[in-house]
Design a protein around this ligand. Structure first.
Ligand code: PEP
Length: 253
């Protein structure tokens, strides 16, 4: 059975005090309000990971993830953070291939394949983001675009390795824009992704893969999106910065 996951991507927001406040609000609310079997993940900026992870030490309902990691193992790479360093905090997961990393930091398929290998090698769960820009959606070539992203960065993995990966489908035109994919668009793409995985790894692996939706998900639209057959939760940006909104999204299952 695939896991249900709601992950909050804080991006470059919150100073340390604000981050610790948000994390402790989320942990307490999850403890009090979440009765279903949902894995909650929070993804603070690198610099807060140690403090947030200490705050959550006694808690097994909320996991901590990083927003990126290096494709290098260690050494003279000023400013970089390795997967092994993250695991030593300990952090449990890492977002890779977010469209902002692809767009603003030039991260491409090949580099992301190396980052995925590093994450898995350090026992971090990769949350691998894929998704098309608006012009590709308008040309109606989005299915092929996303297939290519998956093949280029993930399909070198063995079946056992692939089974540890979570996919997040995030249409770029929906990220931070207030424009959400319609339930039909989301279901169609999630099913497509599952079929592409099935072609490579077989039906069982595909059916056990968690595929999250991301892109302007909020407390008002989460229920409809999470009810779709092939949507297993969400990767939440803006709405994960407010504990009440984030909790209401988690409770949409
Ligand atoms: C994201 O950046 O992963 C995201 C989904 O952002 P938002 O929810 O703000 O659209």
């Amino acid at each position: 059975m695939r896991k249900k996951i709601v992950a909050g991507n804080w991006k470059m927001n919150k100073d340390l005090a604000e981050g610790l406040k948000l994390a402790s609000e989320i942990v307490n609310m999850v403890k009090d309000e979440v009765t279903k079997d949902v894995t909650v993940i929070i993804t603070p900026p690198f610099i807060h990971l140690t403090s947030v992870s200490r705050l959550l030490a006694e808690n097994n309902q909320v996991l901590v993830a990083a927003q990126n990691c290096s494709e290098k193992e260690s050494g003279a790479f000023t400013g970089e953070v390795s997967a092994a360093m993250l695991r030593s905090i300990p952090v449990q997961a890492v977002i890779l291939g977010h469209s902002e990393r692809r767009q603003y930091f030039g991260e491409g398929d090949e580099l992301l394949a190396k980052k995925v290998d590093m994450a898995l090698g350090s026992d971090l769960m990769p949350i691998f983001c894929c998704g098309e820009p608006l012009e590709i959606r308008e040309k109606e070539t989005h299915a092929a675009y996303v297939s290519r992203q998956l093949k280029a960065s993930l399909f070198h993995l063995s079946e056992d390795e692939f089974a540890k990966v979570v996919i997040a489908y995030e249409p770029i035109w929906a990220i931070g824009t207030g424009k959400t994919a319609s339930p039909e668009q989301a279901q169609q793409m999630h099913l497509h992704i599952r079929n592409v995985i099935a072609d490579q790894y077989g039906k069982e692996v595909a059916s056990n893969t968690t595929i999250l939706y991301g892109g302007s998900c909020n407390p008002h639209n989460a229920q409809e999106l999470f009810a779709l057959d092939d949507v297993d939760g969400g990767l939440i940006g803006g709405a994960s910065l407010k504990s009440r909104d984030f909790l209401d999204i988690i409770k949409s299952f």
